[in-house]
Design a protein around this ligand. Structure first.
Ligand code: HEC
Length: 136
């Protein structure tokens, strides 16, 4: 661990020669989350979360954020795979279903994004595609 920190700090010290104290403080503050306890195999800084959300399939999003209600049909949620429960919803068109996924359905347990705080609109659309494809 000590060796690792030395490796990180050395290029920083070399760089620091040409910087004002204020610039150096800025850089140190910026790299701090990565340099502090970032060893191989650890989830470091914010890098991991970005990579994760970029590579998520609709099924991944569904499993993480939607399945709790939509696998068994909790609280009136249409269960994935239940063609009867979905037929009427699918007939509204995909845009309406995306809108429900992203903005929620007012007055029901379907809250915006299904409550997924780190989902993008595209993540939600992919999850809706997965749910609909599995329920036709
Ligand atoms: C806390 C429970 C809950 C979670 C979590 C949840 N839903 Fe729902 N969802 C519901 C309920 C309840 C309904 C039925 C709402 C209604 O009465 O139309 C619903 C309905 C829907 C519909 C159909 C809406 C329509 O217009 O017919 C879609 C699409 C949907 N959910 C997508 C998602 C997606 C995508 C996620 C995950 C990102 C998710 N839901 C997570 C409870 C949930």
């Amino acid at each position: 661990m000590r060796m690792f920190l030395v490796l990180i700090m050395t290029p920083l010290a070399a760089l620091a020669l040409d910087l004002t104290d204020r610039q150096r403080a800025d850089i140190e503050a910026r790299i701090q989350p990565f340099s502090s306890v970032c060893v191989q195999g650890d989830a470091c800084g914010g890098g991991e979360a970005v990579a994760e959300s970029a590579g998520r399939s609709g099924e991944d999003v569904y499993n993480n954020a939607c399945m709790a209600c939509h696998s068994a049909g909790i609280a009136g949620a249409p269960a994935v795979g239940d063609q009867l429960a979905w037929a009427g919803r699918i007939s509204k068109g995909m845009d309406a279903l995306y809108d429900s996924g992203i903005n929620g359905v007012a007055g029901t347990g379907m809250i915006a994004m299904g409550g997924c705080v780190d989902c993008s609109d595209d993540d939600i659309r992919a999850a809706v595609d997965f749910m609909v494809d599995s329920s036709r």
